[in-house]
Ligand binder design. Structure first.
Ligand SMILES: [Zn+2]
Length: 160
């Protein structure tokens, strides 16, 4: 698969909404692979909850942990060889990538402001070992659970 040349070739004909769709695709292959592994660990999750800032890909309401599955190219996985930069329309792509990264930061900040933890998993990590990523999230959930038990927060507030 040559994402770089394919994306560059399509640049001129893409509408804004098509480009946005490419950035925020739901149920991507890595996302499904991760959700499947989390289900094997018997983790109860919800997908694409639009009531939360940024509509996280996977959420764990009780632990208030939000997971984003990021494509390495669109979301600029630092140091990853998939985060290539197309040579044609370089300025367009630079602005596009910067906007994506800023949007990701904004979403994470908003979620943290309302008491959620944010966990980012990259597509290359999932493709390499989906069950390892699921175990990392599971460990984060255990830590979050411990924090919440200590604070003895009324459970009725969690679903506000
Ligand atoms: Zn990557």
């Amino acid at each position: 698969m040559n994402l770089e040349s394919r994306s560059a070739a399509k640049t001129k004909s893409w509408t804004v909404s098509e480009r946005m769709a490419a950035v925020r695709q739901k149920n991507t292959r890595p996302e499904i692979a991760l959700a499947t592994e989390l289900a094997k660990l018997r983790r109860v999750m919800r997908r694409h909850d639009a009531s939360l800032p940024g509509t996280p890909d996977i959420i764990f309401p009780r632990a208030r942990l939000a997971v984003f599955v990021h494509g390495c190219f669109w979301h600029r996985h630092c140091g990853c060889r998939r985060a290539t930069s197309p040579r044609s329309n370089a300025a367009f792509w630079a602005a596009k990538f910067q906007a994506n990264v800023r949007r990701d930061d904004r979403k994470a900040r908003k979620l943290r402001t309302v008491g959620w933890s944010v966990f980012v998993v990259w597509e290359c990590q999932i493709e390499k070992d989906p069950s390892r990523q699921a175990r990392r999230i599971s460990a984060a959930l255990r830590r979050r659970g411990a924090v919440h038990d200590k604070s003895a927060r009324p459970t009725s507030r969690a679903r506000a």
